[in-house]
Design a protein around this ligand. Sequence first.
Ligand code: GDP
Ligand code: MG
Length: 168
Amino acid sequence: ELEVALKVVIVGNGGVGKSSMIQRYCKGIFTKDYKKTIGVDFLERQIEVDGEEVRLMLWDTAGQEEFDAITKAYYRGAQACVLAFSTTDRDSFEAAHSWKLKVENECGEIPTVIVQNKIDLIDQTVVNPEEAELLARALGCRLLRTSVKEDINVASVFRHLAARCLAE
Ligand code: GDP
Ligand code: MG
C-alpha cells in the first residue's frame, strides 16, 4: 500500500504561533520561547484519515517571514497550507490576504485553512468574529479557531487539510 506524504506550509506574520503550532502538533509540547532547531526544515507526524496512512510534513520558517524573505524552496511542492493570524495582532489579520496571494503565486490553488490562533486570549481580541468569517469567505477557505497553548483545535486543522488532499 502506498503511503501518502503531504508537504504542508504554514504562513502568516511573525509571532502568530506558527512554530509553536508545529511543535505542539508534532511533539506534543508548548514552550514560551520556541527557537527553531538549526538545520531542521520540517517536523512530521503520521495520522490515519479514512483508513489511509498520511504522513504530514510541516514546514517551518526560521523567521524569514518577518523580512518577507521566504525562499521558493520553502513553497516548492507544497500540497496544503495553514494561513495563520493572531487574535491579539491586528496587523497579522490584515496581512492574511497578501499571504494567500503569495502562496497562490508559488503553489497555485492548494487546500488552505485559515487559522485564528491564540483564542485563549479572546478577551484581548482585536478581530471581531464576523470579520474573521468574512475574510474566510472572501478567500474561499475554512476558518478554524485554535489555541496552541491550550491545545484547542490544533489537530482539527491538520485532519481537515489531510482529508481535503485525499479527496482531490
Ligand atoms: P511564529 O513567529 O509565528 O513562529 O510564532 P511562535 O510560535 O514563535 O509564537 C510566538 C509567541 O506566541 C510565543 O511566545 C508563543 O509561546 C506564543 N503563542 C503561540 N501560540 C499561542 C497561543 O495559542 N496562545 C498564547 N497565549 N500564546 C501563544
Ligand atoms: Mg516561527
